[in-house]
Design a protein around this ligand. Structure first.
Ligand SMILES: Nc1nc2c(ncn2[C@@H]2O[C@H](COP(=O)(O)O)[C@@H](O)[C@H]2O)c(=O)[nH]1
Ligand SMILES: [Mg+2]
Length: 532
């Protein structure tokens, strides 16, 4: 499934209101209680909510009139999900709610990484003049750290496209290196690195540039260094850019330069809450940065130096967990402490399962509305804390939307049983091109069928020649026919290959269609199919 940078809310399906389940209404009542309403107020507010919900037209839940939802705005499902059973909807932040602009954000990560490699790790200074092509690398590729290769494989892990640095590997080299292993290589860490997040596109590009430099100008390096160490250095430098504020400071100064504005987030979150569901945020980003990004996306408050910070955006959420350390967060046995954050000072306070532990000598007052607001923002903890704070009885009542197949989806779904939704912004272009190339792809299928048919005929003819006792005249005729068919097959095969390459190049000049490798589903598509 995927969500676009703009109409995130476009196709959230809601149950028909006439069929609002009693359990759903009771969940809503519980939610109002947790929001601090007294018992009679809870009952009254729930009744009002029910009346209101019945009156309101449901925006986004279905197309207006007979107008279809545009192809690029649709949500795709690998399995069905009955929204009636969902009581809480959670969001990851980075590359989920916040769609970064790779041309500025990833370019900044690239430049920061190069600077660190040159100034801290002694890499050649001329790297400072290198340029980053943010469209070159795509998710789903695999880096072979030892050999300096970048691979695209199909769902069976057959390597179909292979580059050494930026040089396409000749077919023979590719098959010699990856083609003949009986027990298929796992192509996993630590020998390989998977480009499974948009954050890793810059480092992959830099790795390819370094491979090229090492091959062509080995003398440029002041020390003997292999591809594995190059990758390690690049990874460490990228990591440092994320940790030391290189990137976050710049985003905080001008979020609009690095993040796509998305005016549909607030209405979507409001709609979800009005439908009685809790809405939460679980992000690996820490509080200060989360506040910058969420203010940009959900408030009209860009945090300018010297101006007081605003925290209105928090009111759109029932719970905010920052610094969550996903995927570890999803393990119930994870014993990470849950700290409450004071939004204004950013100070962490100890909690006992989310309930503030007063410091010695401090008596806790009845929470004021301000404190209630503050009491929704936490750091760390684990999924059990989240379930408790939101009153979730069963994991299957949670829908979580994220962008990272391993960080956000795999454990939350497989181990925990949350329902999951994966944001794949690349699909916007992919489905558009699929629709534009419909005819060519049909021609391609016909060519493939024609090729298969000829191959069948060749096969039968070969069998006849081998096992049937023909006279010389017949043998000669069959032999002649065989040669004719083989020539025809080669021609069709070549046309098919050319046409297939042509279609793939429309998607991406080097790596082709994201969800396919040749005729098969790509490994990326396959992973999505299994887990999202
Ligand atoms: N230390 C590192 N942090 C990284 C790296 N790549 C991304 N990130 C940071 O992770 C969070 C993602 O947050 P989420 O909302 O998607 O959970 C964000 O703060 C990134 O800056 C890395 O290589 N090293
Ligand atoms: Mg993310």
């Amino acid at each position: 499934m995927r969500i676009l940078k703009r109409p995130l809310a476009a196709a959230f399906p809601f149950p028909a209101l006439s069929s609002l389940a009693a359990s759903h209404v009771s969940n809503v009542r519980d939610l109002f209680c947790r929001r601090g309403y007294s018992s009679p107020a809870c009952k009254k507010t729930t009744e009002e909510w029910l009346m209101d919900v019945k009156k309101k037209p449901r925006i986004w839940s279905s197309p207006v009139g007979d107008k279809e939802i545009e192809l690029v705005n649709r949500i795709f499902c690998n399995r069905s999900l009955n929204m009636k059973s969902i009581v809480a909807v959670g969001f990851d932040m980075d590359y989920t709610l916040a769609q970064y602009k790779p041309e500025t954000f990833e370019a900044m990560a690239y430049e920061g990484t190069v600077k660190k490699l040159v100034t801290k790790l002694g890499y050649p200074t001329e790297m400072l003049n290198w340029r980053f092509d943010w469209e070159y690398m795509v998710r789903g590729l695999v880096l072979d750290k030892k050999r300096g290769n970048i691979l695209k494989m199909d769902r069976h892990k057959y390597v179909k496209v292979a580059y050494h640095g930026f040089k396409e590997m000749p077919k023979e080299d590719k098959s010699k290196t990856y083609g003949h292993t009986l027990i298929r290589d796992a192509f996993d860490e630590p020998e390989y690195a998977l480009l499974d997040t948009l954050f890793s596109l810059a480092e992959a590009y830099l790795f390819a540039q370094l491979v090229d430099m090492k091959d062509n100008y080995p003398g440029k390096f002041t020390r003997e260094i292999d591809y594995v160490h190059m990758y390690k250095d690049v990874r460490a430098a990228v990591d440092m850019c994320h940790r030391d504020g290189t990137l976050k400071k710049m985003v905080a100064q001008n979020p609009g330069k690095y993040i796509n504005e998305d005016l549909s987030i607030v209405p979507m979150v409001k709609m979800l809450r009005e439908s009685g569901r809790s809405v939460f945020l679980v992000t690996n980003s820490l509080w200060d940065y989360t506040n910058v990004v969420m203010n940009f996306l959900c408030g009209d408050n860009i945090l300018e130096a010297g101006l007081p910070c605003k925290y209105d955006w928090i009111e759109n959420f029932d719970l905010v967990i920052t610094g969550s350390s996903k995927p570890g967060f999803f393990l119930e046995e994870n014993r990470a402490n849950l700290f409450q954050i004071d939004p204004e000072s950013g100070m962490l306070q100890n909690t006992d399962n989310g309930l503030l532990i007063p410091r010695i000598g401090v008596t806790l007052q009845e929470p004021s509305s301000k404190e209630l607001k503050g009491g929704k923002v936490f750091q760390g903890g684990n999924v059990a804390h989240l379930h408790k704070l939101l009153g979730i009885a069963s994991s299957s009542q949670v829908l979580y939307v994220g962008d990272h197949i391993y960080g956000d989806i795999l454990r939350s779904k497989k181990v925990l049983g949350w329902r999951t939704m994966l944001v794949v912004p690349e699909l916007e272009k992919e489905v558009q091109l699929l629709s534009e190339t419909k005819r060519t792809r049909k021609d391609l299928r016909n060519l493939r069928r024609e090729r298969d048919l000829i191959e069948d005929q060749i096969h039968h003819l070969n069998l006849s020649l081998k096992f049937q006792d023909f006279d010389d005249r017949h043998n000669h005729k069959h032999y002649f026919l065989l040669k004719e068919l083989e020539a025809k097959r080669d021609k069709v095969r070549q046309s098919h290959q050319l046409a297939q390459r042509g279609v793939h190049e429309k998607f991406h000049k080097v790596w082709g269609q994201l969800m396919k490798t040749g005729y098969q589903n790509s490994r990326f598509a396959h992973q999505h199919r299994i887990v999202s």
